[in-house]
Write a protein that binds this ligand. Sequence first.
Ligand code: CA
Ligand code: CA
Ligand code: CA
Length: 510
Amino acid sequence: LSVRVTLIWILPHLQPLDLLSEITEDRGGRLIGMGIVQAQGARGLRLGKDLKAISFSASHIFKVCNHFPAEFSIVITLKVNSIAPKRNEYVFTLLKEGTSHMLLGLRFSEDNHPPCTQTEAGRLWFDVFRRGLFICDGKTWVSMLKAKERLDYVEEYQNLVTYSETLDVEIFEIPDIGLFAATANKKPQPGSTIFKWLEGRFEPYQNITTYEAQAWKHFRIGTEVFLAVANFEKNDRNQEYSVIYRWSKRKLQFVLHQRLKTHSARDWEAFHINGETFLAVANHREGDDHNIDSIIYKWNPDTRRFQTNQTIATSGAYDWEFFTIGPYAFLVVANTFNGTSTRIYSRIYIQLGGMFRLFQSIPTYGATDWEVFQVQERVFLAVANSQSYETGAPAEINPFNINSTIYELNITAQMFVKFQDIPTYSAVDWEFFTVGDDSFLVVANSFDGSKFFLNSVIYRWQGYESFVPVHQLPTYGCTDWEQFDTAEGSYLIYSSAKEHISKVLRLKTY
Ligand SMILES: [Ca+2]
Ligand SMILES: [Ca+2]
Ligand SMILES: [Ca+2]
């Protein structure tokens, strides 16, 4: 064990003190109980085998004032060749005068947590394995080197004025260009707006004609950036298309790339499997028929076009979500309505042999959104249920105030099982995000049966207690939540299907 301990006062007129020299030399300047060693060009002191501890009175260094300064650093250079498992070693301690009561201590161990109770409060611990310095707050070891931020509250940041109501927001980055938000707007002229983040705010950048746009999806193929829009309505020439745009590096604008025939498209999902790019469209209905095919397209690098790869029968499809677990690729669809009922199955598909096959069916109630997320090693799927309705069945007390459900992947059973029910009001979106070490879910509550002014709710993961509501956010016709980070901070944005304003909120942390 070789050590060097220096105490640095954080005051300009105080000089660093070499604490080791206080104990290593006798009056004649000879070393006591240690030897000088050289390791990779650095000289240090090795404690003698028989030396258990050496100490000196603090009065040696507190010559003018006998109080510790409010701020100070202890710099320790330590080389440990080996440490017995489950052993702790104190490197430095400060004891109360004339007693063995420890006021401050720094010890290191090989990843077995030393106890941390009121007795150890204020003690430091250097974890060799995780290479972190921790302080005991009386209950747990808190990291000092990389103090994680925590969500304190949410504040209004920017009112994003849109030309018409907004159904969806997509946040994406174009490398070397910046951060963008594409809003899916209801009216065709001037259409939907793409905003660019400039000096801490979103500013309008480009308008694109869309037809009751429901959703935007951004994706990349190689270095090329694309944006796909789901158009719910026909264009002026009675044609029904959803459109893929490509970022032109020359024009610095999105330009038309490909039009695909869709049927009241609600959503696009983009994903890559083994280097190939796919797009899945949620076809909601054709005329009055909700039981139609949704399509998975595959990018053909030769023609630079998307081609139909697979069709999947859906019922009022509203949302696709792609995810992977280990080597397996999954797609889950939110089926909203089959023509008579919203109480139908939404389905999870797994890709086997190049095709998606049914993996699991989950009963849902007018499902509008799936959100997949992980907390530690656990995989969850949350569904937003918007409405419980069935032709001929007795009406519910409030068909909009129903549970939305979080499912967890059970590895042994190889299926998703119900984890937690959360009461929602015509939920249309879940968004998962993290702040520091904490995990959050925010739900878009859109309608309670009589009004669109409702609170959306942020839930925090609290382990054994599951997700617990922590913040209530007043919203108006809220349809989508997105979380994003910039150099300035962390933000949420939500879209309103009821007014021409979407709102950017700032996550205040401490
Ligand atoms: Ca969105
Ligand atoms: Ca989606
Ligand atoms: Ca979502």
